[in-house]
Structures are given as C-alpha cells and as structure tokens.
Design a protein around this ligand. Structure first.
Ligand code: ZN
Length: 496
C-alpha cells in the first residue's frame, strides 16, 4: 500500500522524461532537416525582347480558337489563321524545324538533334481556349479577344491557358536559332487544338504518329502547375510546383427506383430519402487520407522552408503523419492532395411537386488519388452505401480514368526543370506536387519515361479566378520570364 504513491510518481516521472526525449528528437530532426533547394547557378540566358514577345502573344490571342461544348460551333478557319500568324512571326523556326498539321488542326514541330542516340524531349501546349461565358463579356477590363497590352499586362483568353506556352516555346526557339544553337537531342513541340474538350483529335493523333515513328521521349513537359505566390500558408517566397502525377476521374451515378404515385400517401422512406441517406453516407465516409506519393514529396520538400511549428510536424511525418493528415484535410485545397475526393454534383427527381418520382438519380464525382483506382472507388461506393435499393455504377461516357503513373522526382527531366527554375526564378522554391485535374499529357504516358506538369507563370490567389474566367492576363514581365525559362530549359535538357 505504501509503495503505491511512489510507483505512480515514478511512472509519471518516467513518462515526463520519455515525452521530453521524444520532443527533443522531433525538434532536433526538424532542425537537422536541410533545405532541398539546389544552388541557383547563374545562366547565360538568351536575350529576349519582352515587349516584342508580349506583342506576339497578343497577336495570337486575337484568333478565336475556341473549343465549344458542341464542335459544330468551332471555327477551323481561326486555327488556320493562327498557324499562318505563327509562320510569319517565327521565320527561323519555320525554316529549320519540320512542321506537320496533325488531327485536323494540331501542330507538331520536330527540331532534329545532331545525336540520334539521345532520347528526345517533348514540350506540350495547346492553341484552343475555352469560350467566354455569355453575359460576362462586359466584365472584362479589355475585350477577351483583343490581345491588348495595357498596364503592363497582355490581356485576353489564352494568355494563361495556354497560348502562353505556344508562343513562349516558339519565341524561345526563334531566339536560340538566332544565336546559332542547334540541339543534340531532338526536340518536339506538340500543340493541340482540342485540349479543352478532351484532346481526342489532337494529342491522341500526335501520340499515334510519334508511336508509329518509334519515338520514346526522355520526358514530356505539359501544363498543370505554376509558380504560386502567397498561396501556400507560411511560405512567403514563390513556390514552383512541378506535377509528378495527375489524379484520376470517375463519376458514379446512384439510382433508386420505385412505384412513383401521388405525394399525398408517401411510403416511408421515400426514394428521395433513400438516395439522400446514401449521399450522406458517402460524404461522411470519404476514402481514407494518406500523406503518400507526390503529396508526401511536396510536404517533405516544403518542411525545411516552413515556420518552426509546421516544420517540426512536416519533418517528422514518420511519427506525426496522422496528426498532419488531420490538420491538412481541414482545408479543401490540401485535403484534395491527400485523398480521393467525393463531390455530389447532380440530383434528379420528380418533375412535378406533387408526384413521387419513379426514379431518383444522383451523380457523385470522384477525383482518384494515385494508389486508388476507378474500380476501388466503385467498390468503396457499394461498401459504404450498403443498401440494395440503391444501384450504383460509373456514368457511361464520362471519361473514367485511373490516376496517372507517378514520374520520378529524381529523374533527369525533373532535375532539368528544377535547375532551370532556380536559374530564371532564383527567389523561388521548387517542389514536386500532384495535379488535381486532367491534362493532355495523359496521352503521352506510353511514349515517355516521365511526364512533368509545370508552366513558368506566376500566380497569386486572386489570379486563380482568371483561369477559364474573366480578365485572363499575364504580365509582360512574367511572359518574358516564361520565354527565358523555355530557352534555358531547352539548353539545360540538351546537356543532360
Ligand atoms: Zn490548358
């Protein structure tokens, strides 16, 4: 009896010592975690005339190369006119590189390398743009297809997504040719004309063509991530995010069928009630979060750049992963990096207020994390709903696809992009990441060792609404940086 208080005391003393040691380990580990940023080596970057480059970009914006939801509304003449303008603006490119029109309106440029034994590299962009939402034309500070240069910006649809890269790459090549540069490894520029509506005609046909020629690329670079400024909490430097993979996609429909009838004598529960319960279950039981793959690489790379508290947690994911996952899943932007997301998007029921529906239907859109699959999502839905009255299946023709493979964060392509970012944007941190949407690059997976998704545009929080939105624009200064980035990237990749 007498020994009990002292035993309890000893236990708490030992516990205290244990926790102290653990805390010390966590802090020491955080302090020892070194920055993964490579030194910003100076580069002999080609001189670029920012004003002229901006003018060229502005000119391409004036062609209304819109991909409409219904292809009948598209204007092939706009693409032809754009092709012609590119020929006029980039004479050296069109003398030296081979240009082919593929799939009706896409362009494939081949810049033949001197050494056929080196694997080539493929840079992607797309010439089509999304429509301007009817009724919002008046909200633009400059008309959406003006390509106006005003206040230090080039304005218009396509300046962000993604004529920026079409013009950026050609401008870079024209300047490199002017300097007498000739690549050792073959460089391809592949510019789609239907990226915004699936890439089924353009990207897919270009890949078939390259495949038939036995092309196997060292890496492919496409859009997907940018240089964020002030978007990641706790980091005041710009962060260049390089997408190693993109999430998959599946829309699942849930259907409950019944007799229908008059609403004055409803059964209990009603079909709508059964469906609502199923949606509720899916929302409260999402697929599990995990800090793995590209998201883990992202947080481990950012950890040493973070304020102390975050740094302790993110440097110790070996132990604190569950706590970190809980915190990160509290915000939709970071939650989407950690799990397959669940988003109910459509609901259909009766067409009349006093008629019970014979059929109620919901569509739930899932964005599939690498590691999960379309099939594992369908299984998850059945398990969680667990109600034989609710039928579930993937919506037909909605483009289900598994997540992309994850490209190597230590591969030569990544190294090359990383080095180039540090040269052109020395103030920026470079970190790998995961793309939440889908890009044309999925078609290229089979003909490249790696696919990276990055474009060198700076983006603040307020700029996100400009993407596919109103007042799309890029600053003249940033566009100059983009051109320099592409020129330097071609050079760095050539000396891999
Ligand atoms: Zn795009």
């Amino acid at each position: 009896m007498n020994s009990r208080p002292s035993r309890v005391k000893r236990f708490f003393r030992n516990l205290g010592i244990g926790l102290g040691v653990l805390l010390a380990i966590l802090v020491v580990k955080a302090l020892l975690t070194k920055s993964r940023q490579i030194a910003a080596t100076p580069a002999d970057v080609p001189a670029i005339d920012d004003a002229k480059a901006a003018e060229h970009l502005g000119r391409t914006i004036t062609f209304q190369t819109i991909s409409h939801q219904s292809p009948a509304e598209d204007d092939p003449a706009a693409f032809t006119a754009l092709h012609k303008a590119l020929e006029e603006m980039y004479p050296r490119v069109h003398q030296t590189l081979t240009r082919e029109i593929v799939g009706g309106g896409s362009l494939l440029y081949t810049w033949k390398g001197k050494d056929a034994s080196l694997p080539p590299v493929i840079y992607l962009a797309h010439m089509d743009v999304v429509p301007v939402e009817p009724g919002t034309e008046g909200d633009w500070q400059k008309p959406p297809f003006s390509g106006a240069i005003d206040g230090g910006y080039v304005w218009g649809r396509g300046t962000i997504d993604f004529k920026l890269a079409v013009v950026g790459l050609l401008e870079a090549a024209e300047s490199l040719l002017g300097q007498g540069f000739s690549p050792s490894r073959t460089v391809y520029f592949a510019f789609g004309h239907d990226e915004e509506v699936s890439g089924k005609k353009g990207a897919s046909a270009i890949v078939d063509l390259l495949k038939s020629r036995g092309v196997r690329a060292s890496y492919v670079l496409d859009e997907g991530m940018v240089i964020t400024e002030g978007i990641l909490k706790g980091i005041d430097r710009p962060v260049a995010l390089i997408g190693l993979a993109e999430k998959g996609y599946v829309s699942v429909e849930l259907v409950v069928e019944s007799q229908g009838g008059h609403s004055s004598m409803p059964p209990r529960p009603t079909p709508a009630g059964i469906l609502a319960a199923a949606i509720q279950k899916l929302e409260t039981n999402p697929m599990p979060a995990r800090i793995a793959g590209p998201a883990r690489s992202l947080f481990e790379t950012l950890a040493p750049e973070m304020p102390f508290g975050n740094r302790v947690i993110l440097s110790n994911l070996w132990l604190l992963s569950p706590i970190a996952a809980k915190v990160l899943s509290g915000s939709p932007a970071t939650d989407a990096l950690l799990r397959t997301t669940t988003a109910p998007t459509m609901l259909e029921g009766s067409v009349k207020e006093n008629v019970l529906p014979k059929r109620v239907r919901a569509v739930v859109n899932f964005r599939v994390l690498p590691g999960d699959t379309v099939q594992s999502v369908l299984d998850h839905v059945k398990d969680v709903v667990a109600d034989p009255r609710v039928q579930s299946k993937a919506v037909e023709g909605s483009g289900s696809q598994d997540p992309s493979p994850v490209s190597d964060v230590a591969g030569p392509g990544y190294k090359s992009i990383e080095k180039t970012v540090r040269q052109i944007f020395p103030d920026a941190i470079v970190a790998p990441s995961l793309v939440l949407g889908a890009t044309d690059s999925r078609y290229y997976q089979g003909i490249a060792d790696a696919v990276y998704r990055f474009s060198p545009q700076r983006m603040k929080d307020e700029d996100r609404a400009r993407f596919h939105g109103t007042n799309e624009r890029v600053s003249v200064k940033n566009f100059g940086e983009c051109v320099r980035f592409y020129a330097q990237l071609v050079k760095n990749t050539d000396s891999l």
